[in-house]
Design a protein. Structure first.
Length: 255
């Protein structure tokens, strides 16, 4: 039986996710912006929380943890590299590590860039990756700590996963991301049709995440620095992919 994935909006524009294995009863939550929507979703489904997976130390991903643990004691996993600034961790993980959840393998990728120490969690059997503020729907996280080269390396790892992978990112930034994407990649038909789809979804408040990696590969400008049309638009035909990525990121910062 496949794992069940639940997308929960939290705070103003964050997302948190529940992952549940019906066979073992294992239930994980990925990031804890706020305990309330998580507790409500657990109660509604009759699930018992067993694990918390933290992607990075920013307040909007961890601040709900004390309240959540007070009501739902669970094992907390996060990056060893960030253990000094994350809440207390029961399990510390690093790039290349893996552990088992509900009989499935969970692989850890270092995806530094937004912060140094940010991790993504990938479940190859279910084809799900939790990317938080690294790879986002038609976007990527702002570079608060890492360099453009670091973020490009991180995104390249994620881009190499199977295209059918479900990408669970951390924020509802898609409407603004798509506006920016159209400025660097205006002639991309896949982007134009996704832009229409996003306006329809947002018009009735439907989350635009998760997305599929194949959609991101065809519409997310941060995964497309090799694209001839984007390079031509930026006047960077002979630059490296990392240089084109850095330029796209710099333009987004000013957008
Ligand atoms: Zn963040
Ligand atoms: Fe965030």
């Amino acid at each position: 039986m496949p794992l069940e994935l639940v997308t929960l909006p939290a705070l103003d524009d964050n997302y948190t996710y529940l992952l549940h294995d019906a066979k073992t009863g294992a239930t994980a939550v990925i990031d804890v912006p706020d305990a309330a929507p998580i507790s409500a979703a657990l109660k509604e489904r009759g699930w018992t929380l067993t694990e918390v997976w933290l992607t990075h130390h920013h307040w909007d991903h961890v601040d709900g943890l004390p309240d959540l643990l007070a009501a739902h004691p669970a094992q907390v996993t996060g990056a060893a590299a960030d253990a000094h600034r994350l809440p207390a961790l029961d399990r510390q993980v690093s790039d290349g590590d893996s552990f088992t959840f509900g009989g499935e393998e969970v692989q850890i990728f270092d995806v530094s860039g937004h912060t140094v120490g940010h991790i993504a969690l990938y479940l190859p059997t279910s084809g799900i990756v939790f990317t938080a503020d690294s790879l986002m729907a038609m976007g990527c996280g702002r570079l608060f700590e890492g360099t453009p080269a670091q973020m490009w390396e991180s995104l390249s790892k994620l881009a190499a996963l199977p295209p059918e992978t479900t990408v669970c990112s951390g924020h509802e930034y898609t409407a603004s991301n798509v506006k920016f994407a159209l400025t660097v990649d205006p002639d991309n038909p896949a982007l134009k049709s996704r832009a229409d789809e996003v306006s329809k979804l947002r018009a009735d408040g439907t989350p635009t995440v998760p997305s599929s990696l194949s959609e991101e590969l065809s519409t997310n400008p941060f995964l497309r620095p090799a694209d001839a049309g984007i390079r031509k638009n930026l006047g960077m035909e002979s630059a490296s992919d990392a240089e084109v990525f850095a330029e796209i990121r710099a333009r987004k910062d000013k957008f």
